[in-house]
Design a protein around this ligand. Structure first.
Ligand SMILES: Cc1cc2nc3c(=O)[nH]c(=O)nc-3n(C[C@H](O)[C@H](O)[C@H](O)COP(=O)(O)O)c2cc1C
Length: 203
């Protein structure tokens, strides 16, 4: 097999980002909703996002900077110490994209994308009203990533809101993936919708 050997130290920052985000695919999307200090809501998607522990239930999101300034989400995570993760399902794909607009804190992305908003009763954050699956989270830890301008925020899921329409495998908490239809992010503006799943029992 002919191989290209790429040294990340010899390519540009943009190229490193391109390699990382076109090969680690599909990535889950954490669609993160928060309140700011004055009670305005904020909503933005993050695909440097994943589940990182089962028990306690932890998720991690890596937030970058916008032209040297902090993104609204990070400012709010630091001050409110809480957030919701709205799982991006197929009907919400376009709305999710609208909420990634690089707008100031005065813009409420729920309004921008025409989304209903509700206040979580459990954590100090709003969520997308009709989203079928929502994690209610408290910020547990923030980690610097060396020379990276991204910071990794780890949150504990202290509540899960699930639509009654989402079936679970009998006797378990395994949500049926075919009913959920969660969207994954490929590189750039490319997304993956669930098409086919295969079941492989562990050896
Ligand atoms: C699908 C998708 C995934 C994204 N993932 C990230 C990410 O992981 N980290 C990040 O800093 N920005 C990410 N962005 C860009 C942010 O959503 C964008 O900067 C947004 O305006 C931030 O909003 P805020 O300032 O309200 O926090 C992503 C955008 C899209 C469309």
């Amino acid at each position: 097999m002919a191989t290209r050997l790429i040294d990340p130290g010899e390519i540009s920052g943009t190229e490193r980002y391109q390699l990382n985000t076109s090969l680690v695919v599909p990535r889950p999307i954490g669609w993160i909703s928060t309140w700011d200090d004055s009670g305005r809501s904020n909503l933005a998607p993050f695909s440097f996002f994943n589940a990182v522990s089962g028990s306690p239930m932890l998720v991690a999101v890596s937030v970058g900077q916008r032209k040297g300034s902090l993104k609204d989400t990070l400012v709010n995570l630091r001050s409110r110490r809480a957030f919701c993760v709205n799982i991006v399902t197929e009907p919400f794909l376009e709305a999710m994209n609208l909420t990634s607009a690089e707008v100031g804190p005065e813009v409420d992305e729920f309004e921008l994308a025409g989304l209903g908003r509700a206040a979580s009763p459990r954590v100090d954050a709003p969520y997308v009203e009709d989203c079928p699956a929502v994690f209610e989270c408290e910020v547990r830890q923030e980690l610097g990533l060396g020379e990276s301008t991204n910071v990794l925020v780890i949150g504990e899921v202290v509540g899960v809101r699930l639509s009654e329409a989402l079936p679970m495998a009998h006797g378990t908490m395994v949500v049926d993936s075919g009913s959920l239809r969660a969207v994954g992010r490929m590189s750039g503006a490319e997304y993956m919708l669930p098409r086919e799943t295969r079941i492989l029992p562990r050896p």
